[in-house]
Design a protein around this ligand. Structure first.
Ligand SMILES: [Zn+2]
Length: 328
């Protein structure tokens, strides 16, 4: 298990100080380290060789089992799509149906069986749920009773990166731990440890509004200072074909940040995500609002655009119009 980033140590201490609470919800904007913190908390709860209320020792048998994702008293409820990505499962054979992005009712049912089983190692049991907003309504409803009153030895840790999408009935049954963005110095240092050149770390941190996990994930997707500059230039030219590999959700997200910055600049404010000096002069506010609206619609259609072959061209044409500087 990778060591918990320094910038999450304070939050781990805070979570541990909640004492014997039966359900902790770690929430905040995406990319702040919710899942990593949730795993560290679970490991601490199950650790067999540490003082109560302190982080896991990292070397007892239980800690090893958690690190290997094979602790008999720990269960993670994850969307199928994440089980592979996060190393809980091998990749499925080619040609299989696309893995689900929701946590489904049958997974909750399997967890309910686990919840009434006897603890294997006698340190209690933990159910982790990541991300909690991926529970569909049926699955969430099946969970509520156990979440409210888990059997004696069972505790829950939930992570959430889209607080608006989380059902209030889930939230109200948990102690909420709100994650804040780390300081720029902490985040930059951590990104440097992950192998990001300083300039890229700065660019991507700024682009993510200070969320290091998001910055790292963009970096892994091939984004850096140079490619971001190329994206802006290509968007101005109305041709995004060189950036198709980023995928629809990422591209929409980046363009939405660009539209947001241009709108701020049209109102005389400084850019928030991009380096303002590198951006073209902004279009009129009305044109930018239209573009931002188009991007919201594109996002709502998600990964199922009506005409898959056309989405890139449409996004590019809208971006070109949105980036055309106001005349006069
Ligand atoms: Zn331990």
């Amino acid at each position: 298990m990778a060591p918990l980033p320094d910038f999450l140590q304070g939050a781990l201490q805070q979570a541990l100080s909640l004492g014997k609470t039966h359900a902790v919800l770690i929430t905040g904007q995406a990319g702040l380290g919710q899942f990593e913190l949730a795993r560290a908390l679970s490991q601490a709860w199950l650790c067999e060789d540490h003082a109560p209320g302190t982080p896991a020792c990292g070397h007892c048998a239980s800690c090893h089992l958690v690190a290997q994702r094979s602790h008999p008293d720990e269960r993670w409820l994850l969307p199928a799509a994440l089980r592979v990505q996060l190393g809980f499962e091998e990749a499925p054979a080619e040609g299989k149906a696309k893995p689900s992005k929701e946590i489904r009712i049958d997974e909750v049912r399997a967890m309910l069986d686990f919840s009434i089983s006897t603890s294997g190692r006698g340190q209690g049991k933990v159910v982790g749920i990541h991300p909690a907003e991926a529970l569909n309504t049926v699955a969430a409803n099946a969970l509520l009773k156990t979440l409210e009153e888990p059997g004696g030895a069972l505790r829950f840790v939930l992570s959430c990166a889209a607080p608006d999408e989380l059902l209030p009935t889930i939230r109200s049954r948990c102690q909420v731990l709100q994650l804040e963005a780390p300081s720029a110095a902490q985040a930059t240092q951590w990104l440097a440890h992950q192998g990001l050149p300083a300039a890229d770390a700065q660019t991507l941190l700024s682009l993510s509004a200070g969320r290091p996990g998001q910055a790292l994930s963009w970096h892994s997707a091939g984004l850096n200072t140079q490619r971001l500059a190329a994206l802006v230039t290509d968007a101005q030219q109305g041709d995004l074909s060189a950036h198709e590999a980023l995928g629809l959700p990422t591209l929409i997200d980046l363009l939405a940040r660009l539209a947001h910055d241009q709108l701020r600049r049209a109102h005389g404010q400084a850019a928030l995500y991009f380096d303002g000096a590198s951006l073209p002069p902004p279009a009129k506010a009305e044109a930018l609002q239209r573009w931002a609206q188009e991007l919201r619609q594109a996002r709502a259609k998600g990964e199922h655009p009506l005409t898959p072959g056309l989405w890139l061209d449409t996004l590019a044409a809208q971006a070109q119009a949105g980036l055309r500087p106001a005349k006069g």
